[in-house]
Ligand binder design. Structure first.
Ligand code: PMP
Ligand code: GLN
Length: 402
């Protein structure tokens, strides 16, 4: 086989996807969705909804295509969307962002994360503090940028970081603190104490905070609190979100950044050479979505809360211990009662379609293999499906035997 040099190996191995033969394996999401398709199982693995988002948002995209909004949009994003993002930040959080200087439209939150990390990481001496388990892209991009990942562990069942462990992780070498709240894969919403500590440590060590808030409108028992709203935080925070989860349009890949103007300019310097721009007809459509009445936003949280409860009850009835997620699409279940000796959550998930016709994702896939032991028996299930689908999945899971 030919040796292909380059940075690809860093990206793949950062995400734990380089196998013993030097071959890149698919992401756990791709692997598990393919398994679900192959076995015709209910896919509670990869987090995507099984219903379309708001009709008026889809109609606005169709109208934009018909009206000829099909060429390159401006580099920072179409003004109508940047204005809608700024208005959304003000309406929900009281944050003021200048749409011309402090807002940047990206190809999903994924590009926002990649452009931000690649732009703001200087080199191998930089450390990026992350909460582990973490969304797979984080470790891949940090590795691609050549920096060092410094994990702060989140433990079952609450998945709140220990503030002392957090304080030990942040030092003068910390370039970025990467926060995902509400958190994928655990569904945790960080406590006020944790949020305040993140800001205090970032100030003390002059670090930048990058927040991934793609589940901002999927919080069940409280209002989402962006870290940028904490005193002193906005000037050192890059806030990232996306339309995928809020509007059930995960394939549209419209994301955005709000940050101080100098940080946006630095991130744009990289972003313009990743995609340059993307998604022109979807941009005005998402602007329509961001302007929907409050009832839409409270409605999506209330609907997902019901689904979380249906899924949680189904998993409990089947014999799993389950977490109590405060936000996001996800619930964590402990599969320990169903593991034969020597099996872990990965084996369990790969065998689950044959056992019950359901697909889920092992939590170990969201941690470095060297630190995955505490998550050995834990499985992530997605609740973002129709209630009848969750009911059927519950019936199937109830047939599991120990
Ligand atoms: N961050 C988190 C925590 C996510 O769960 C996801 C995707 N599901 C993303 C980023 C990527 O978002 P997008 O699809 O907008 O790129
Ligand atoms: N964010 C989705 C999840 O966590 C998956 C996105 C992807 O496939 N990369 O399930």
């Amino acid at each position: 086989m030919r040796e292909i040099p380059g940075a690809w190996r860093r990206a793949a191995s950062g995400a734990g996807l380089l196998d013993a033969h030097g071959t890149v394996t698919p992401t756990i999401f791709a692997e598990m969705s393919a398994l679900a398709d192959r076995t015709d199982a209910i896919n509670l693995g990869q987090g995507f909804p099984d219903q379309d988002g708001p009709a008026e948002v889809m109609e606005a995209a169709r109208a934009a295509i018909s009206a000829g909004v099909n060429q390159y949009p401006p580099g920072r994003g179409m003004p109508v969307l940047r204005e809608a993002i700024a208005a959304h930040q003000h309406r929900f959080y009281g944050l003021d962002a200048d749409p011309d200087r402090e807002v940047l439209v990206t190809a999903g939150a994924t590009e926002a994360l990649a452009a931000t990390l690649l732009a703001l990481i200087e080199g191998p001496d930089d450390e990026v503090v992350v909460f582990e388990p973490y969304y797979d892209a984080y470790a891949a991009i940090v590795a691609l940028a050549g920096a060092t990942l410094v994990p702060v562990p989140l433990s079952w069942p609450t998945f709140q970081p220990d503030v002392e462990a957090l304080a030990r992780a942040v030092t003068d070498r910390t370039r970025l603190i990467l926060v995902n709240d509400p958190h994928n894969p655990t569904g945790a919403v960080f406590s006020a104490e944790v949020r305040a500590e993140i800001v205090r440590l970032a100030e003390r060590h002059d670090a930048i905070i990058v927040t991934d808030e793609v589940y901002e409108h999927l919080v069940f028992d409280a209002q989402h609190v962006p870290i940028a709203t904490l005193p002193g935080a906005a000037q050192r925070t890059v806030s990232i979100s996306s339309a995928g989860k809020t509007f059930s349009m995960t394939g549209w890949k419209i994301g955005w950044i709000t940050a101080p103007a100098d940080l946006v300019t630095a991130i744009l310097a990289v972003k313009q050479f990743l995609t340059y721009v993307s998604g022109s007809p979807f941009q005005p459509a998402i602007a329509v979505g961001l302007g929907l009445p409050d009832a839409f936003f409270t409605g999506i949280a209330a609907t997902l809360r019901v689904k979380r409860d249906v899924l949680g009850a189904g998993l409990s009835a089947a014999g799993f211990d389950v977490s109590a997620p405060a936000g996001s699409y996800f619930t964590i279940a402990d599969a320990a009662p169903f593991l034969a000796s020597g099996m872990d959550a990965g084996d369990f998930c790969r065998g689950l379609p044959a056992r019950t016709g359901v697909v889920a994702i092992p939590l170990t896939a969201f941690a470095s293999p060297s630190r995955a032991a505490p998550y050995r028996t834990l499985v992530r299930f997605a609740a973002c499906k129709r209630v009848e689908v969750l009911d059927e999945a519950s019936r199937r899971l109830a047939t599991l035997t120990r």
